[in-house]
Structures are given as C-alpha cells and as structure tokens.
Write a protein of this length. Sequence first.
Length: 723
Amino acid sequence: MKKNSISKKEAGLGILIVTGLFIFFGTMNDVQAFECGTDTVFYGGDNYQTIQIGTQCWFKENLDVGVILANGSTMPSDPIPVLNDPSSVQKWCYDASSCDVEGGLYTWAEANALSSSCNTVTCIVPDENQGICPTDWHIPTDTEYKTMEIALGMTQLQADSTSYRGTDQGSKLSLFTSNGNNSSGFTGLMAGVRLTNGTFVSRGGNANFWVASEVSGTNAWNRYLDVGRTTVGRSDYPKADGMSIRCIKNDAQISSINSSATTSITTTQAMGNGNVTNTGGENPERLIEWGTTSNTYTQECTAGTGGIGTYSCDMTSLISDTTYYVRAKAINSAGTSYGSETNFTTLPTEVVILDPNNSEMQQSVDNGYITVDNGTIDNTTQTTTQVQVTFQSNTTDAIFPDNTVITEQTNQNFDFSSFVTENTLTSEQVNLPNAVGAVRIGVPGISLDFTNDITMEITVSEAYNGMILDVLSREEGAAEGSEALHTTCTVTNGICTFTTDHATTYIVNGDGTISGLDDLNLNVEVNATLSMDCYDKDGVTGDYDVILGTTSNPGLVTAGTPAVGQSTCIVTTNDTQGYYLSIINDNGISNTTLVHSNNTDEIPDLTQFNESTKVTENWNAPTTKGLGFSVIQFPQADTTNNTFNNVWTTSGNLCEEGTTSDDAQYAGVPQTDQAIAAHTAYNSTSTTTDVCYKVDVSPSQPSGVYTGSVTYTATSDASGFYQ
C-alpha cells in the first residue's frame, strides 16, 4: 500500500456514529449545539469528522459528494450544482474506490456551485460561499487558509507570499509530508490533481485544495502539500483542473430571537417562551430573563443550546399576585440578542367570587383562577382550580383548595358557567321546618365531584355557638324528603363548617337533636318586643272614648319558658251603647307577628286565629311555640248593664297556668280584624278589658331582636264577632 493510500479508519476518519451528536440541517427545534472536533456532520450519505484549528472549524477529511464522471471527460457540464443537493454535483475519481478514501476531485466552478463558464471567466464569489458544502459550511477563501496557517505558526509575511512558505506547517497538516505528524488534526491526503486533458498527476505525492478566491478568469488560488516538504504551497492553478475540497464552518452571527407570551402561570411559577428565528450560523444558548421592573431583569432560566424554533424554560420562585417583565435572550460566540419585552402577573394565592353567575365564572377562567381542561366553559368534562377559590353568597362560603379537579360523576359534559351557591333555606323549611341553614352548590341538574375536599361555611346563628348540628344532604335531582345525614358540625361564631367532596344541596338541621344522642335543649334566647295598643276604630266622638292601654316588653325568651306580658284597654262608653273589642296583627306578614331584624327569621303565631281554636295551652309543649293571647274583663261577674261575653279564662290569674281545669285559653293573632269580646255595659263608667299574651320559641329559633305590632280596637261594629 502506498504511503498515502490508507483507509479512513486508519487515518482516523472512520464513520463515527454517536447518537444525539448528528447535526441535521434544516429547520428543527432544539437541535443540540455543534461541538467542533467532537461532532460529525452528516451530508450526502457520509458522516464527516471535524477539527478545530485556532478559531476555525474544518472538515477533517476531503469532501466526497456527487456523481462520478468518466475519466475521459474534459470537465463537468452544467447544470449548476444545487445547494444542499449532493446528487447534483459532478466529480472525478482516480478509480472506483479512490474517492471513498481520498474524496472527489472537482473543478473550481463546480466546487463553488457556479456555471462551468466560470472556469474560464471571472465570476463573483460571495462571502462564505457555500458551494457544494453543507449548510453552515463553505469553500474557504485565501484569507481563511492564511488564518489557519498563522494559527499553526506561520507569520503574516510568510502567509502572504507564494510557493512554499512557512516552516513546519506542512508537517502539522498531514502524516504524509516530510516529518509529517498531523498535529493539527487536518489530515491532508495526497490525492493529487486531475488535469483538463484527463490525466491524474501527483497522486501519492501532493495534496491540492481549491480556494474560493480567484486570481484571474482562468486561474484561482489553491493550497498544496508535498511528501518531500515540511512547508505549505500557495499558488494559482487553472480552474478547470480537478482538486480536493475542504469545507470550513461559517463564522457565527448574532442570533435572531423573538419573545413569546408567558404560559402555565401559577402563584409561584410560569413558563417562559421564546423563538429562535435565525441561529446566526451557531446554535445559541437560549434563555428567558425577567424582573419586577420594566427593562430590569434580575433572574433568568435556560433552555440549553439549540437551533431554530421555539423553546421554553421554567420561571420559578415567583411571588404571587405580582407583575413580571420578561424577554427572550440568545447567546452565541458572535454576541447576545434579545426579544421584545412582555409582561404577565402571577396568580393570587386565593380569590373570592361573589354570588357566582355566568359572567363571574367566565371572568374566573379568563383570569386563570380556574382552567377549563377540555372543551369550552359551557361544554366541558373537567375544570381545575389553579388557586384557592371561595364561592361566596350572603349565607355561605364554599372554599375550594387550589388544584381541585371538578368533574361530572359519570364523566359527562356540563356547563361550568352555570355554577352557583344558592341559599335555599326558605324552600327547605317547607318540608324541614327546623332547618336553620341550607345551600345548593354546583351546576343545577348536574352531579359534580371534587378531587379535594372543599370546606363549606354556612351561616346559621350565634345562638348555636358550641352546639353540634346535623348536616343533611340531598343529591342533585333527588326528591324532597330523601335527605340523608352527611355529617355534623360544631357551630362557631354562628357558622356551621364542614367538608365535602361533591356538589349537592346541604341543609343544617336545628331540631335540637344529635344523631345517636339524647335530645338536646338548645335554650335559645330571644329578645322579643311587642307593642299592643287599644284605640277607637271609627273615631265617632261622643259614642265612647278609648283610653290607650299600657305597652309591655316580654324581654328575653328562653325555649320552653314563655315570656308573659299584659295590655289593658279601658273604654268609657255612653249610657246607651256598649262596644266590641277586636284584634288584628299589624305586620302584614303571613301568619307571623314577630320578625327578626334580619327580615328572615320569624316567630310564628301560636296558631291561625279561630274562635274554635282557643284551647287550654301547655306552653312547654313543642307545638305551642309562638305568640298567643288570652282575654278577661274585670270584674267578671255580670251586673246590670255590664255584661261581658267570651271570656277566655276562668281564673283571676290571667297570665298564669293554674290547674288543668282553670288554665287560660289562648289563640293566635288573626291577620284580619276579628272581634274577641262583647261589652253590653253602657253606663258612663269606664270598662276595663285585660289582654294577656305569651311568647315562646322552639329550640331552633335563631337568637336576636324580634319586633311586631298587635292592635286591639274598640268598635260598635259586631261584624266578624263569634257568638
């Protein structure tokens, strides 16, 4: 074997396949950074090794691409080689196997991807002319060869001269030159020259390399090595001859980069995004930088080195509910480039959504507090809270932890914009009169599940502080009466707090019992204020006079212990006519006399008024809670012209229960004017009628101040009087 006739393997040029180190040219995202001397370049079916010499990166072997021409052909014919298309290139080879080792031999015009006419006339060669080299590589110029030679120890004066120059640079570029040691790693092979007459010369004796720089219309610079010399030759040669080609990597330019909108924003993290639109010939390190002041960037994250395309990196250790200013950044050896500034605001740690409705729910999604994980807000199978979200109404807080996934129980679609927390106490009390708090949470008609337990806070009354109440639940769509025990709650500051993992109707039951325990007397105290007045209804002067009675305040009412009050109506009649006494509830609220200051809780009448309903009452019985009245006239005994009908007590102790036989009888206060007593006396002396009333409450009655008004009327009108 000849000295320079060695295989690529022997010359250190074997095909090195290292997974992940190939460079594929074209537009690709996250291409790994090219490392000269380590990475190979795949082009035309071969992997070419590279070598760093000074500041330059060179192919470590001769280029071998294209179609082999017949040795007798005078020169390659047009068409011009197409960039990045090795199959469009034409080459000469000494024999069928020589190109595999030594590479192809090309005319100067073919190497520079120019018309073959450029071998005989002057042509313009652009800077960093790619020619038949791969993308990001080009045919080296005369100046670039000089830069390499100076890096190996040649002086500028020597480099600028012609013929053989320098000292031992030739030895450093090949194993086959005199004293050749190939210390540079360039590995020059003695492939010789193919002359225009078809003769191959100097094979095994010289290595000749085309330079992109012209000398004249017919000649261009070349470099050559000689087996008998240690120096490097520089001369001009006919462009139509065939020589070897080495490719050199393009100098890096500053990369071009754009900033993209920040995504995946949470309370403490976000995803920064950028887009490299041009690497500048060298894959840059890609970064995102940010800060809390515009144009001031104090932190950064890196996506590593990569090529053209989008990239992302995690922005961490952010502060919640804070605005950050962000830009993309790219660094290569040519410098640093920046994208334009964008900004975003991190999510707060918690938000409150008041009286949720379609608009409020859409806004919570738009703000990123809740994400719609698929579909649209009105047609999705899943949503997720990104922060702690409290849905708040006037009586209820529903607190969802962050990262709570909300789904329909059977994974069906639902309209999340219809999510509500609805106070349903009034409607629930129809079937559960002891209910003291109720809320419907979720999407009406849909059964929702939560991956985290949510906290429900339902306002009941401070009267229940420290007490344990049952929490009932009725599943969405279930009939009233199907309620089941969900849990219990201990009331604090008037609030019943419990947890749940699904949406439905929840009812806080104040019936005074705890599941599994004996009855519990809640002993609710109520401050009831009741005004009872007596007046002349028809206002006819001379018939009789009405003297207003006293007004009493029952004060605090404890469940099971009624508060007692008494009102006196004194009527002075004429000597010809008596009068009737009637009663009416002035509040105008259905069957209710005493109303809480919150206009929600009420103390109902003892019973709807009816003459037949006045009965002897035991005020400790649960069925008698409310307001009732009894009536008596003094003196009771019938005397001439002094008759009193329908006296509702048989004892002189109007407001006290005596024995069973003489207990006072009580009735509820009517909503329409009803006569309750008839006075036939018509003497000029005054007649006194006493009305006693009692107020009692159920154990579930919320505490507070209740007010109401009842009026007794003296009238000569007997309509409605019960005989």
